[in-house]
Write a protein that binds this ligand. Structure first.
Ligand SMILES: Cc1cc2nc3c(=O)[nH]c(=O)nc-3n(C[C@H](O)[C@H](O)[C@H](O)COP(=O)(O)O)c2cc1C
Length: 169
């Protein structure tokens, strides 16, 4: 079955190491018949969550803030798989990815957490080898939302692994 895959790209460098993993993952997924939509967060106007705790009722625009997050809400409402992609910055994910992940709160609150059960994937690169804090963040996020972790690719140049994971969905 063709799946709709939403990629949240938290890297700043458009042609960097994370982008290469995403490219390989997407190629594998598309070749397997899946539909991939990637959001390059660094170029989007996405503000941090204001903590108002007042989501609206429209799943395509549930947040009180009206910004580029609406593009992501529409895709999130309709996707099967969410891919979190990021370089390691100071032993965790980048700010843009954390901001977008926080803002998904409005969707979850609006429609009910049970309506947004998704599969998820983590793609990360780093200069070193300590991904532990980022992986803990990711696993805690998906586990508490009741999502299914389909895999993690951690490391520069692991394009073959990323491609295989994309194809395996
Ligand atoms: C602000 C900043 C913080 C970083 N912090 C870490 C870190 O804590 N651990 C690590 O291994 N690499 C760290 N790096 C290196 C990047 O994670 C690594 O070069 C990554 O592959 C860059 O991905 P990109 O090419 O997609 O931008 C950092 C880089 C930057 C710019």
């Amino acid at each position: 079955m063709a799946k709709k895959i939403l990629i949240l790209n938290g890297a700043a460098r458009k042609n960097g190491n994370t982008a290469k993993l995403i490219q390989a993952f997407s190629e594998g997924a598309r070749n397997a018949g899946h539909i991939v939509q990637e959001f390059y967060l660094d170029s989007m106007d996405i503000h941090s969550c204001k903590g108002c705790l007042h989501p609206g009722r429209d799943s395509k625009s549930p947040c009180s803030q009206k910004d580029d997050m609406d593009q992501i809400y529409a895709a999130f409402a309709d996707c099967d798989v969410v891919v979190f992609a990021s370089p390691v910055y100071f032993w965790t994910i980048t700010g843009p990815l954390k901001t977008a992940a926080d803002r998904l709160y409005a969707s979850l609150e609006c429609m009910g957490y049970g309506r947004f059960v998704r599969e998820s994937v983590l793609l990360m690169t780093a200069d070193g080898s300590d991904y532990s804090q980022a992986v803990t963040w990711y696993r805690t996020y998906e586990r508490n939302l009741g999502w299914k972790n389909r895999g993690e690719v951690l490391g520069k140049g692991k394009t073959e692994e990323a491609c295989k994971l994309g194809a395996s969905l």
